[in-house]
Design a protein around this ligand. Structure first.
Ligand SMILES: CSC[C@@H](O)[C@@H](O)C(=O)COP(=O)(O)O
Length: 353
């Protein structure tokens, strides 16, 4: 039994777990070029907001090593162009542009191209390491909040394989296992791409955590029938007022939690907050290919030419969120005030580091 990892930097090579192939095949692939990284992100070989950010950071660092110039100005120009390219791969998870921005910032003061190349790679490794630490802390805070509750519902995969390790929403279950605390996790299958069925169930089984799969449409019934005591989800972008974008279907669960009077928790690192965005209305929502809905495993399930709407994320208004669990602590309403306070404490400037 072990917590699976999705991203590894081994002897100067980026190796990822190909999440497209799970749960049938556990395939690890090397990403050697910026195009490999872009493709892996857009085709969901690697997915989950923090994992996208970490992979893109390595992608930018890999590309930077290959730029054949001794002059700093063109080097910065190439890095900026690469960052724009990688940043265009998926629009909702803010961790992507956050990580790319952090790498660019890390080389601003470099005196030579050689120094910049070393610094940009070091920063990617740092982001990777920091995310594991952040997720472990999130798990600790989530365990405090879940004290006395064992039956917990989740959606999508906000687990170890969506981050450096442990995950965000799944972190308390992994950490709980390490500490001898058992949970009964209910995983929504998460149509249309089945991150819940394919990834969360697989990941929790690998780690020896008790997990039960339901279809998304069974959530309301299951909360009552199985006595679900809390819902915990991840996030792709959290606006300054606490409105939270996460996998499509999350909003349904938030409304159900309110109807059943059980807590609805969002777990995310501070890298997932976007203070430039005042509220959820301004969060860009990715729309993906129609085939994700009209086909399952390559087989059509709807008439040819069916009109489709396929938003990959929805936005849960802050009023439905009981608490937001970060590595800096647990944030409660009033979110607008308390989120700003966390960031002011973190950076001293009311900005994301
Ligand atoms: C810790 S991952 C948090 C979110 O990124 C996760 O809940 C989610 O919605 C992932 O969506 P995906 O489309 O699989 O990248």
């Amino acid at each position: 039994m072990a917590i699976p990892l999705s991203i590894q930097w081994i002897n100067g090579q980026l190796i990822i777990l190909n999440q497209q192939k799970l749960p049938y095949e556990t395939e690890y692939i090397a990403l050697n070029t910026i195009e490999d990284v872009y493709d892996a992100i857009i085709t969901l070989k690697v997915r989950g907001a923090p994992a996208i950010g970490i992979t893109a950071a390595y992608g930018l660092a890999i590309a930077a090593q290959k730029h054949d110039t001794e002059a700093l100005e063109p080097f910065h120009h190439y890095v900026k162009k690469d960052a724009v390219y990688l940043g265009s791969s998926r629009p909702t998870a803010v961790n992507l542009v956050w990580a790319l921005g952090r790498l660019q910032h890390s080389i601003e003061s470099a005196q030579t191209v050689a120094a910049a190349k070393a610094q940009i790679l070091a920063e990617a490794v740092r982001i990777h390491k920091e995310d594991e630490e952040a997720c472990r802390k999130i798990g600790g805070y989530a365990l405090e909040l879940l004290e006395g509750r064992t039956r917990v519902l989740t959606i999508c995969n906000a687990g170890s394989i969506a981050t450096a390790k442990y995950g965000t929403a799944l972190a308390p279950f992994h950490l709980g296992k390490e500490l001898g605390r058992e949970f009964e996790v209910y995983a929504c299958e998460t149509r249309p791409v089945f991150q819940g069925a394919r990834l969360t169930v697989w990941e929790l089984q690998q780690a020896g955590v008790d997990v039960t799969l339901i279809t998304d449409s069974m959530a309301a019934h299951t909360i009552g029938a199985k006595g679900i005591e809390a819902i915990i989800v991840g996030a792709d972008r959290i606006a300054a007022n606490g409105d939270t974008a996460n996998k499509i279907g999350t909003l349904n669960l938030a409304i159900l939690a309110a109807a059943y009077n059980i807590p609805f928790y969002v777990a995310a690192p501070v890298a997932t907050f976007d203070l430039q965005i005042p509220n959820g209305k301004n969060i860009p929502i990715e729309e993906r290919a129609t085939e994700e809905i009209t086909h399952i495993a390559g087989q059509p399930i709807a008439p040819n030419g069916t009109k489709v709407f396929n938003p990959a994320f929805d936005v849960t208004p802050a009023q439905y969120i009981t608490a937001i669990i970060t590595e800096k602590g647990i944030i409660y309403p009033d979110y607008e005030r308390n989120i700003l306070e966390v960031f002011t404490t973190v950076s001293g400037k009311g900005e994301k580091l």
